[in-house]
Design a protein around this ligand. Sequence first.
Ligand SMILES: NC(=O)c1ccc[n+]([C@@H]2O[C@H](COP(=O)([O-])OP(=O)(O)OC[C@H]3O[C@@H](n4cnc5c(N)ncnc54)[C@H](O)[C@@H]3O)[C@@H](O)[C@H]2O)c1
Length: 261
Amino acid sequence: MGRVEGKTAIVTGAGSGIGRASAELLAREGAGVVVTDINEQAAAETAAAIEAAGAKAFAMPQDVTSEAGWPEVFAAARDRFGGPHILVNNAGVGGLGAPQDPEHGTLENFRRINNVNLEGVFLGCKHAIPALRAAGGGAIVNISSLAAMLATPAIAAYGAGKAGVRQYTKSVAMHCAQQGDEIRCNSIHPGVIETAMTEPMFAARAEGDADAGRQRYREMIPTGKLGRPEDIANAVLFLASDESRYITGAELVIDGGLSII
Ligand SMILES: NC(=O)c1ccc[n+]([C@@H]2O[C@H](COP(=O)([O-])OP(=O)(O)OC[C@H]3O[C@@H](n4cnc5c(N)ncnc54)[C@H](O)[C@@H]3O)[C@@H](O)[C@H]2O)c1
């Protein structure tokens, strides 16, 4: 019996990186998974890989910033697999490539980043609450960042939005508890994980040499390792499953010790 057997999960931004690893693991542990991404082809590839492994998934194109699309995703999940019981608000953008520091960052870029990273999470939670309630309860897992907790001047717009996600998660958790819903909401705070999002960051660290940049990050991290998408997926699975039934409004840092220096 899988750890989320019989549950239905929606994972946003699941065409790549952390979202893809989370969707695959949830499916391997028995959930029917709705794989959404703004990149339709990437979502289809994740769903196909899950099905090829003998688990249950289907892909849907979704831009998390579009409110109109959210009810369709919940309805499709319900019709196909029942529930839904789990929402992983994972879709995000790094906004790298344009200045974000407090002096040079533009309002346009600040809004563009947080339209996805913060407003997307707001919309996901808003539409998840009635849907999860109707299914008898469930779990929302918000992928924030270590950047929510530290000064991050070079990625200030990103850090501000992720801090918003950290705080908003607690309000959602409290609201659901006050309503008497069996809906939990927690946030995960990854450090430096090797995905498409961090590739330009590694390159920027060492004059375009991503491998040298990777090594510089390893040297900053107490355990000497970069994170893998699976490291975050394992935590997603735990917070999505009934194993974490008494955990809500919590924040889980997964960073190889980067924040304890
Ligand atoms: N990689 C890291 O080191 C790291 C660290 C902390 C937090 N995070 C967070 O983890 C999450 C996943 O990032 P990742 O590293 O796997 O990056 P990634 O770039 O590999 O994946 C992000 C996915 O989100 C999708 N996406 C982007 N905008 C979207 C939108 N408007 N609607 C729907 N989908 C959209 C992309 O198409 C992509 O498939 C993000 O929220 C990111 O901020 C990552």
